[in-house]
Design a protein around this ligand. Structure first.
Ligand code: ZN
Length: 290
């Protein structure tokens, strides 16, 4: 991919096809009458007379960074299954670390999937991740099934919700508390769904909001009732913790949500053309400003 989009011409060509399907549209007056200035990858509008490129009004225009660096950054980020640090990104792209950090931040922003509502059978569970390697042994304890271990005040709670055969939503919580959990679940899960949780008190009362609420009593070793379990989410937690321990020794709380968005995006779009989806997102005006 990086080889394929090495030149500005190739990148611009791809974006023009995505944004305009072959007919350039003036971003200033909306006219489709233009002539091409091939050498500069720009078009001159026949109605308002202004000159424009496909990058006008997008995040790509706001930076002076060569477009092929964006394409390469997207390829590297998509292909890193557990994520890539901004330092590694800087080395691979031959840019300085601030530029790499900026690219990563912008690309992750375009990985948000705000509109999706989960439905059907939805597993809901919370987990905790530590900010440093010092907490690694707590994570091990947590994985052994004992959720509420001493020392957890240093850890960050994360709520996960996943549709059977569908998408996942991850959210960093201030506190693993019903006051924060319940409104979020209600806003992201359709009422006709069946939700599955463990016996954690933060989920109490959700039964009145959904078609049904299956509660598994994990503390009494109850891991499933008929076909209802939370094993998809538990599998995801294992991956998440490995990714965080392996790649991000000190992932700060501030950046954790963006990192989770990246992992969720990769999970949700694993059978699609992520490259195309991301570039389409990045072309949207809403990603142009910070
Ligand atoms: Zn125009």
């Amino acid at each position: 991919m990086i080889e394929k989009y090495k030149t500005k011409g190739k990148c611009i060509g791809y974006l023009e096809k995505q944004r305009w399907s072959g007919v350039p549209l003036c971003p200033y007056c909306g006219s489709s009458k233009s002539s091409k200035k091939t050498q500069e990858f720009r078009h001159t509008c026949h109605d308002c007379g202004r000159s424009y490129s496909v990058l006008v009004g997008t995040v790509f225009e706001a930076t002076k960074l060569p477009i092929n660096k964006w394409f390469a950054a997207i390829c590297l980020i998509i292909n890193a299954k557990k994520g890539i640090s901004s330092l590694q990104l800087a080395r691979d792209l031959h840019v300085n670390k601030n530029t790499a950090w900026y690219l990563q931040k912008r690309i992750r922003k375009a990985m948000q999937d705000d509109d999706h509502i989960l439905k059907g059978i939805v597993e809901i569970d919370e987990t905790y991740v530590g900010g440093s390697m010092a907490n690694k042994h707590y994570i091990k304890k947590l994985e052994s099934g004992n959720k509420y271990t001493a020392g957890m005040e240093h850890m960050v709670p994360i709520l996960g919700m996943i549709e059977r055969e569908g998408k996942i939503i991850l959210k960093v919580l201030e506190k693993a508390h019903g006051k924060e959990i319940k409104p979020f679940v209600k806003s992201k899960v359709a009422p006709e769904s069946t939700i599955i949780t463990d016996g954690f008190g933060g989920y109490f009362g959700l039964d009145s909001q959904f078609k049904s609420h299956i509660i598994l009593n994990h503390s009494q070793n109850q891991w499933k009732i008929n076909q209802f379990n939370t094993s998809t989410l538990e599998g995801f937690w294992t991956l998440l913790k490995r990714a965080i321990i392996g790649q991000y020794h000190k992932i700060s709380r501030d950046h954790l949500q963006e990192y989770l968005n990246e992992l969720a995006f990769k999970y949700n779009y694993k059978h699609t053309n992520m490259f195309k989806i991301l570039l389409n997102n990045l072309l949207q005006p809403k990603y142009a400003s910070s």
